[in-house]
Design a protein around this ligand. Structure first.
Ligand SMILES: NC(=O)c1ccc[n+]([C@@H]2O[C@H](COP(=O)([O-])OP(=O)(O)OC[C@H]3O[C@@H](n4cnc5c(N)ncnc54)[C@H](OP(=O)(O)O)[C@@H]3O)[C@@H](O)[C@H]2O)c1
Length: 318
C-alpha cells in the first residue's frame, strides 16, 4: 500500500503542524504549495512539494496521483464576500475531489471542515464550509471520506485564537461573546492525532465528525479568563466589547479592505460567529469510529504553546 499522503494547506497553521506529525509517524507527504505563498516549506526527508493551487486542476492531478489518502487542509478563512470563500472552500474542493475521482484505486479523503458548518446561516465562511461538505458528499461515489469539524483550534503559529489568549496573558481580556455563550477549543496537536487516527483506522463510516478538547461541554469566556489568570498568576481585566462597536469596526474593516484590496478577518459575519451562543462540540461519534480521544486540556495546550503554567501531565511529558 502507498505510504504517501497528499496534503493541501501545508503552509498554513494547521497543515504545517500536520505535516510534522505525518512525517514523524513515518508517512511520506506530498504537499500542495502555492507559488506565491508567504510561507516557505523547509526541505525534509519524506516531504515533496507540488507547486500549484486549488485553481489549477493539473497540479491537483500531480498532487493526488498514487496517494493512499488526501488530507485537505487548505481553506479560505478570511474574506469579505461569499465569492471570496466559495472560490476556495467549495469550487477548489470540488476540483480536488474531481482529481481524486479520476484515479483508480481512489485514495481516502479527509476534509478539514469546521464546527461553523453546523450554522451556515451565520457567515459566508460558515456557509462555504457547509457547502463544501455537501459537495463532497454528493460527489464522493464509492470514495471513503470524512469531514472533521474542529471548533477554534489554537497552538504555535495560530493567528486567530492565540493573539487573544496572549493578550489575556498580559492582563486584558476582550470579551467578545455573551456571558452564557459556550465554546469548545482544540489544541492543534490533538487535531493532528485525530487525522493520524483516521489514517491508521483503515476504514471509517463516511460523514461529518465534531472534535473538542478534554473539556466536555466547552468553556464560557469567564472560565477561559479564569484559567489564563490562574496560569499567569495575575489579575485579568475584562473588557466587554459592545456588539454595536464590534459591528461598526467590522463594517469599517470591510470597506477599507475593499479599497486597499486585502482579505479581512473581522467582518459582520465573523461578529455573528463570535456572538453565537453555542460552539460546543461533541467528540463521541469520532471516538466511537476511530478510537481517537483528545489528550490536551486548555492548561496543557497553553503550556505546550506558550510555556505558561506547569507541565504535570503524562500527555505533556511524553
Ligand atoms: N484555525 C482554526 O481555528 C480552524 C478551526 C476550524 C476549521 N479550520 C479549517 O482548517 C483549515 C486550515 O486552517 P488554518 O487555520 O490552518 O488556515 P491558514 O493558516 O490560513 O492556512 C490556510 C492554508 O490554505 C492554503 N490555501 C488558501 N487558498 C488556497 C488555494 N486557493 N489553493 C491552495 N492553497 C490555498 C494557504 O496557502 P498559502 O500559504 O499560499 O496562503 C494555507 O496553506 C481551513 O480549511 C479552516 O477552515 C480552522
Amino acid at each position: 500500500m502507498s505510504r504517501t499522503i497528499a496534503v493541501t494547506g501545508a503552509t498554513g497553521f494547521i497543515g504545517a503542524m500536520l505535516v510534522e506529525h505525518l512525517l514523524a509517524a513515518g508517512w511520506n507527504v506530498r504537499a500542495l504549495v502555492r507559488p506565491r505563498s508567504a510561507h516557505r516549506m523547509t526541505e525534509k526527508p519524506g516531504l515533496e512539494a507540488v507547486t500549484g493551487s486549488l485553481q489549477d486542476g493539473e497540479s491537483l492531478q500531480r498532487l493526488v496521483q498514487g496517494a493512499a489518502a488526501v488530507v485537505h487542509c487548505a481553506g479560505a478563512v478570511r474574506g469579505a464576500t461569499a465569492a471570496d470563500f466559495n472560490a476556495v472552500n467549495v469550487e477548489g474542493l470540488e476540483r480536488l475531489v474531481g482529481a481524486v475521482l479520476a484515479l483508480s484505486p481512489r485514495p481516502r479523503f479527509l476534509l478539514l471542515s469546521s464546527l461553523a458548518a453546523r450554522s451556515p446561516e451565520l457567515s459566508h465562511y460558515a456557509s462555504s464550509k457547509r457547502q463544501g461538505e455537501l459537495a463532497l458528499a454528493a460527489m464522493a461515489e464509492d470514495m471513503e471520506w470524512i469531514a472533521l469539524r474542529p471548533p477554534a483550534v489554537y497552538g504555535p503559529g495560530d493567528r486567530e485564537m492565540l493573539p487573544l489568549l496572549q493578550l489575556m496573558g498580559r492582563g486584558i481580556a476582550p470579551v467578545l461573546g455573551e456571558a452564557h455563550a459556550r465554546v469548545s477549543l482544540l489544541y492543534v496537536e490533538d487535531l493532528c492525532a485525530a487525522v493520524l487516527g483516521w489514517l491508521n483506522a483503515g476504514s471509517c463510516r463516511s460523514g461529518e465528525y465534531e472534535l473538542n478538547d478534554t473539556q466536555t461541554g466547552g468553556y464560557s469566556w469567564d472560565e477561559i479568563i479564569a484559567k489564563v489568570s490562574a496560569l499567569r498568576a495575575r489579575r485579568i481585566i475584562r473588557l466587554p466589547l459592545p456588539v454595536v462597536l464590534l459591528k461598526s469596526i467590522a463594517l469599517m474593516n470591510v470597506a477599507v479592505a475593499r479599497v486597499i484590496g486585502y482579505a479581512p478577518m473581522l467582518t459582520p459575519g465573523k461578529v455573528r460567529e463570535l456572538r453565537h451562543p453555542d460552539w460546543v462540540a461533541d467528540n463521541s461519534a469520532l471516538t466511537a469510529a476511530i478510537g481517537w480521544q483528545p489528550e490536551f486540556s486548555l492548561e496543557q495546550g497553553l503550556w505546550r504553546t506558550m510555556g505558561w503554567g506547569e507541565p504535570g501531565s503524562a500527555a505533556i511529558e511524553r
